[in-house]
Design a protein around this ligand. Sequence first.
Ligand SMILES: C[S@@+](CC[C@H](N)C(=O)[O-])C[C@H]1O[C@@H](n2cnc3c(N)ncnc32)[C@H](O)[C@@H]1O
Length: 458
Amino acid sequence: MSNSHLPLVINASRARFYIIGGGAVAARKVKTLIDTGAMIYVIAPNIDNAILDLAGDRLTCHERVAGEENYRAGDYVVLATDDKATNEHQARLARNSGAWVCRTDEPEDNDFSFPAVVDRSPLKVAISTGGATPALTRLVRDRIEAFIPTDYSRLGQWLESLRLRLRSEGTSKERGVFWRRLMQSQAPDQVLARQEASADKIVEGLLSGEDISAGEAFLVGAGPGDPDLLTFRALRLIQMSDVVFYDRLVSPSILSLLPDDCERHYVGKARSDHAVPQDEINQRLVDEALKGRRVLRLKGGDPFIFGRGGEEIQQLAEAGIPFQVVPGITAASGCSSYAGIPLTHRDHAQSVRFVTGHMKDGTCNLPWSELIHPQQTLVIYMGLVGLPEICSQLIAHGMPAETPIALIEKGTLPDQQVHTGTLATMPEYVAGRKIQAPTLTIVGSVVSLHSTLNWRSG
Ligand SMILES: C[S@@+](CC[C@H](N)C(=O)[O-])C[C@H]1O[C@@H](n2cnc3c(N)ncnc32)[C@H](O)[C@@H]1O
């Protein structure tokens, strides 16, 4: 095994590439090269249409057997034929002329190779094992692909135009301290959130020597519990927060993703026990941001679905604090997926309705007759305590007593349980068991699909 492979970045627009061979491998190389502006020559008796279709100013196809080619020093020659003797002969010719050789049949004999590329132009990430194990290269490429949001292209373009602008203005702020402070500021995230105007303001502040210490707030949906269901943006903001206010539904494995030095405040809201009153939470978010901190408001599920997210950002907006809202997977989506219960299905339900079963003064205040709809799935949040009343009211308002119902306990978490029954049987079933919050209730004929579509144990 050798450590001799060194990834270098070349300006391909100044290079000439010869590709000897006209099949699928050659086509992949042409596809990689075509947008770089390189001069490409493909030589083979039969050239794939995928290559011929791209022929033009920068790509010339010669449908003939490769012979005594006139390679020049510095050319890149890719040998992609099935014929070892041809590849060896062309490699010799190329090297005699001072050209570089890539042999797709003998990677050990390569002068250069093509890395796998994750393209977020102007950012490009190259992954290479020097041909030793393309399978590993592909695996790592797929992982990086998933990890770097496509908006990094936008950030790269914004940074590139800023660099060019500063260079043309001849400002000494072009390097070192300025760039470090900029990259540690909120500007990159503002660009990723498509708030370039705020990012530009930060740049101007740094250029004029102002201390940019304005805080900001992130209202982030943490999803129903499984940390794999976080969005990329949620994870990024979680990892850069100075202080977090979180509630009961945010799972410990998600909290473990916070930076070690992030200050944590539990403002948990159990059903009838508001650890911290809502007004006070709203005010504390504002106060912390006014200290110049990055304040994370982390909420279970989606902040805009039965999450009071709107109230919290209203106060931030009134105080003029920049904020972002990051959607999360709401309990209805998470629990139904992890329970194998599609919320809509052509044979069962064409619509779905989310309601809260939260009890006020001992009753659920729901528009019962509106909820009775044969082709509709009903998803009830916060409905465990009110379950007997919900079932009896639905029956009383005309829903058949044998309508299937599911109660999903701790949805998406490792100890998820799915309980199924009918409107008639569920109250008694629940009364005889110790069911733990959080639970989500799904009512409708889609629940019958659980027995065949359940893909998780529990
Ligand atoms: C105050 S609401 C918040 C809903 C949240 N904003 C969302 O979008 O999922 C809380 C209710 O969401 C439901 N819930 C949230 N996470 C859940 C989970 N992992 N399993 C089951 N139900 C859940 C329960 O019905 C719980 O009582």
